[in-house]
Design a protein around this ligand. Structure first.
Ligand code: 13P
Ligand code: SF4
Length: 304
């Protein structure tokens, strides 16, 4: 059944000169059809360098929007237009404009998990892989950091020379991961190293061995001598981790599921390849403005 779908997907992909970009939280069968599988930073970089005519983005809205902003002349298609990251919608641009007026000397650092409209009034973007580096790179001592409060607190701790004005947004999935979830797994698997995402609460980060982006976890698990890991992020990352490290064990938090990431299915990908829909459509003016902070971030991350 899936084989049939996958054959058709591969056929149409070639026919339409399409690249399939897939985020690490996608369903296993979607990870398996990826041309590139990665975290937000890696996928933004791939999107900025691809020569394919069409990009099918298997992820959530802000990721597909970033790909479109970086490739305004290409078709960027998200197989389910309702696959939206709730955190990205926690910033109202009017409120951000007001905050910018209050702190005129501050620079705005926006997590890539923001809408194109927020990016358009941002100085520089960041992802979980480069947030500390991006904040350190700013001339201003004051930074308005949107929208993730947990990532903001984590970054503030590592950049004491800066004053972060932190937006009160959060990722509902990482916010729900509690210290006890990790401690319970640690009791069962005392030898396991604990890797968590910096979107988690500080109390969770404090009991982890490392706070890393999803690709950071993939790279770390590969090179570490440990054979067991507790993974404090969306559970599907463990599919990739196990695939790439079959001799190691990965213990996920079973309830850490991002329902929006799971909206993309093989059927929908096939449908997108048949119709080249639904396309990401953004206002020209917003795209031009939003490209600046994204490009600045990619520039800073080169060579990482
Ligand atoms: P990464 O950039 O680490 O893949 O994270 C994206 C995300 O949405 C985390 O919830
Ligand atoms: Fe957004 Fe959280 Fe889902 Fe990541 S896991 S896409 S931050 S809701």
């Amino acid at each position: 059944m899936n084989d049939d779908l996958i054959n058709k997907i591969n056929e149409l992909k070639k026919k339409h000169n399409t690249v399939i970009l897939v985020h690490n939280y996608q369903l296993p069968e979607i990870q398996d059809i990826a041309d590139f599988l990665g975290d937000s930073l890696e996928l933004a970089i791939k999107a900025s360098t691809t020569t394919a005519e069409n990009i099918v983005f298997c992820g959530v809205d802000f990721m597909a929007e970033s790909a479109k902003i970086l490739n305004p002349d290409k078709n960027v298609i998200i197989p389910d237009k309702y696959a939206k990251c709730p955190m990205a919608h926690m910033v109202k641009t009017d409120d951000l404009i007001k905050l910018k007026k209050t702190y005129q000397e501050a620079e705005v650092v926006s997590y890539i998990n923001t809408t194109a409209e927020t990016k358009a009034i941002t100085d520089i973007c960041c992802t979980s892989a480069n947030s500390v580096k991006v904040v350190k790179s700013r001339k201003s001592d004051k930074i308005i950091f949107v929208p993730d409060q947990h990532l903001g607190r984590y970054v503030q701790r590592l950049t004491p020379e800066k004053q972060l004005i932190i937006w009160p947004g959060l990722c509902p999935i990482h916010h729900r991961i509690r210290k006890n979830d990790i401690l319970t797994l640690k009791e069962k698997h005392p030898k396991a190293e604990v890797l968590v995402h910096p979107e988690c609460r500080l109390e969770v980060i404090d009991i982890a061995d490392h706070a890393l982006s999803t690709n950071g976890m993939v790279n770390y698990a590969k090179k570490s001598d440990s054979l067991e890991f507790i993974i404090g992020t969306e559970k599907e990352l463990c599919y990739r981790l196990k695939n790439e490290n079959p001799n190691k064990e990965f213990y996920s938090i079973k309830s850490a599921i991002c329902p929006n990431m799971k909206k993309i299915t093989l059927d929908k990908v096939l449908n997108s390849l048949k119709t080249l829909e639904p396309k990401v459509i953004l206002l020209e003016e917003i795209m031009m403005k939003a490209k600046v902070p994204l490009k600045k971030m990619i520039e800073i991350s080169r060579g990482d």
